[in-house]
Design a protein around this ligand. Structure first.
Ligand SMILES: Nc1ncnc2c1ncn2[C@@H]1O[C@H](COP(=O)(O)OP(=O)(O)OP(=O)(O)O)[C@@H](O)[C@H]1O
Ligand SMILES: *[C@@H]1O[C@H](CO)[C@@H](O)[C@H](O)[C@H]1NC(C)=O
Ligand SMILES: *[C@@H]1O[C@H](CO)[C@@H](O)[C@H](O)[C@H]1NC(C)=O
Length: 258
């Protein structure tokens, strides 16, 4: 499935196994109850982003560490099934923790997604990333500005430019995103299409994965167009349930996106 040629999207980030039990109610402390369904899902912000980029056709490589156990083995299989290089997926006895993810393409463009966000983020993350992409709650943690509208997101963008970001994208769920850059320091709202949202879990990672794909494979597209297409892909992902299970494949998307 993956494209030929050199790796174009490299993701450094977390990969987590989701263990999901469906029950009628939550157990009390120490209580055992019957569930009616159980499933294991593949998650983790870095891995989700890598899977979305791979499903769009990017040649991808994941850098992460999993445990030396069956979940770790299964995750490596999941990467392989999605055509992702696992050359740099390590296995260890220790638990892996993902606190941030950085995506690098062959032009050494870096896309930083501060998830989960900490108010005391190392200031180098602002200055080193080519694109700093956060959601509403991450934006508030980092800047103290509550984000409820494109106008608020624009204010966040200006603050992050002052901290040394070159380009900022704030995702706004159904409202799409706001972008701003040093070259064009006027916030620009790029709305998402109206869709019937079923499950928005993982929409942010679908968006970041699509962003990495378009930046790597369509370097001549304007940032606004890259965001418009990434909004579209993330908005497809909210129309089905689950995280990676809702991420669309290139073959199922309108071909004028590519
Ligand atoms: N209801 C929706 N309708 C259309 N597009 C949506 C909707 N929700 C999310 N999106 C798309 O997904 C992108 C990311 O959504 P959002 O800002 O909610 O990310 P997030 O909060 O990081 O998501 P999550 O934490 O659930 O993965 C949006 O910029 C938009 O393109
Ligand atoms: C933003 O992303 C964080 C992960 O860093 C997540 O916990 C939070 O729910 C997201 N916020 C919104 C508004 O979706
Ligand atoms: C991008 O634009 C440059 C300069 O106009 C051109 O040489 C190059 O072939 C273009 N690349 C792609 C992938 O279209």
């Amino acid at each position: 499935m993956a494209a030929a040629g050199p790796t174009e999207v490299v993701v450094v980030g977390s990969c987590m196994t989701d263990l999901v039990s469906l029950t009628t109610r939550l157990p009390k402390a120490g209580e055992t109850i019957h569930g009616h369904k159980f499933f294991i899902g593949f998650g983790g912000k870095g891995a989700n982003q890598c899977i979305q980029a791979a499903r769009l056709g990017a040649k991808t490589l994941m850098i992460c560490k999993v445990g030396k156990d069956s979940f770790g083995n299964d995750y490596i299989e999941n990467f392989k099934r999605n055509g992702i290089s696992t050359e740099f997926v390590g296995q260890t006895e220790d638990a892996a923790t993902g606190t941030a993810s950085i995506i690098v393409n062959s032009e050494v463009k870096t896309l930083f997604n501060p998830a989960p966000a900490h108010a005391e983020l190392d200031p180098q993350f602002y200055t080193h990333a080519d694109i700093f992409c956060c959601n509403e709650s991450e934006a508030e943690i980092l800047t103290g500005i509550p984000v409820g509208s494109p106008e608020d997101a624009g204010k966040v963008g200006l603050v992050l430019l002052e901290r040394g970001c070159k380009r900022v994208i704030v995702t706004l769920g159904a409202e799409g995103c706001v972008m701003i850059s040093v070259d064009e320091p006027i916030p620009k709202h790029v709305p998402a299409g109206k869709v019937r949202a079923v499950d928005t879990t993982g929409a942010g990672d679908s968006f970041v994965g699509a962003l990495a794909f378009f930046m790597a494979y369509y370097p001549n597209l304007s940032m606004e167009e890259v965001i418009r297409r990434s909004n579209f892909i993330a908005s497809v992902s909210v129309q089905a349930s689950g995280t990676q299970s809702s991420y669309p494949f290139r073959k199922d998307l309108p071909q004028d996106l590519f």
